[in-house]
Design a protein around this ligand. Structure first.
Ligand SMILES: NC(=O)c1ccc[n+]([C@@H]2O[C@H](COP(=O)([O-])OP(=O)(O)OC[C@H]3O[C@@H](n4cnc5c(N)ncnc54)[C@H](O)[C@@H]3O)[C@@H](O)[C@H]2O)c1
Length: 258
């Protein structure tokens, strides 16, 4: 676990690393020298990302399976990460799901499930990982622009992301005396499996039309990519951000600057 790179010699746990932004971040972290614990609720997706990393960076990835919203599962998995990889330096709380709906048409189970993965998942994963983290550690939480501005038909998701941003600032204050930094990223829209239903809804069944309708909301004239967000996560996870804690970093093509 030595070598070069902005995360050289570090152990990084990435949740939801089987797809989209989490997969891009796991690959980027490994390229920067980290050994990555690739965690996902879907074991076949965790295995896929691990295989992609191992092809390029041997011995830099290991797959783990858990539901971040289930205390017993995530605690067992995180303890296994520490046992296998020695310790934990970086946690990227990225796992997530998104259900569309206004307050009026959001079912109670959808509300609870959404808070379960985003807010509770961030709390449970961080709680478990902190037992294995020391000074110099960094936690990066995945927020969203929907925590900062109103986005149509995303009631439960926006509220849960708001909770993640508030928890980020709170944890930053508690953990600063231990030398552990906690920051959040608020990404703008990226095209991933999670956002396909959003684009289909916006395009009245046609995802391409939904993408075309979304782009004008972005001053830079394009959607984000998982790699854009992975770059921001890498920065916050690395020692380059050593004076940053409690920050909420937008990576959103100027969407919330308007
Ligand atoms: N794509 C975007 O436009 C966008 C914008 C802002 C924020 N985000 C956030 O980024 C994160 C990643 O989103 P994405 O677009 O890459 O989605 P994605 O669907 O491509 O990937 C999410 C991954 O999380 C996993 N996952 C879901 N529930 C889980 C659970 N309970 N425990 C463990 N793993 C779980 C999924 O299996 C999947 O592999 C999410 O938190 C999302 O809310 C995405």
């Amino acid at each position: 676990m030595t070598g070069q790179g902005r995360l050289a010699g570090k152990v990084a746990l990435v949740t939801g690393a089987g797809s989209g932004i989490g997969q891009a971040a796991a690959q980027r972290f490994a390229a920067e020298g980290a050994t990555v614990a690739v965690l996902d609720i879907r074991s076949e997706l965790a295995a896929l990302t691990t295989m992609l990393i191992e092809k390029e960076h041997e011995d830099h990835a290991m797959a783990f399976t858990a539901d971040v919203g289930n205390a017993a599962e995530i605690e067992t998995a995180v303890d296994l990460v520490a046992a296998e990889l020695g310790r934990i330096d970086v946690v990227y709380n990225n796992a997530g799901t998104m259900e569309l709906g206004s307050v009026e048409d959001t079912a109670e189970e959808v509300w609870d499930q959404t808070f379960g993965v985003h807010a509770k998942g961030t709390y449970l994963t961080s709680r478990a990982a902190l037992e294995h983290m020391g000074p110099g550690g960094a936690i990066v939480n995945q927020g969203s622009i929907s925590a900062l501005v109103g986005v149509q038909y995303l009631a439960a998701y926006s509220a849960a992301k708001g909770a993640v941003v508030a928890l980020t600032r709170q944890m930053a204050v508690d953990l600063a005396p231990r030398g552990i930094r906690v920051n959040a990223i608020c990404p703008g829209t990226c095209r991933t499996p999670m956002t396909e239903p959003l684009f289909r809804a916006r395009g009245e069944g046609d995802a391409e039309a939904g993408v075309a309708a979304t782009i004008p909301k972005y001053p830079l004239g394009r959607l984000g990519t998982p790699e854009d967000i992975a770059t921001a996560a890498l920065f916050l996870a690395s020692d380059e951000a050593s004076f940053m804690t409690g920050s909420v970093l937008t990576s959103d093509g100027g969407m919330t600057a308007q």
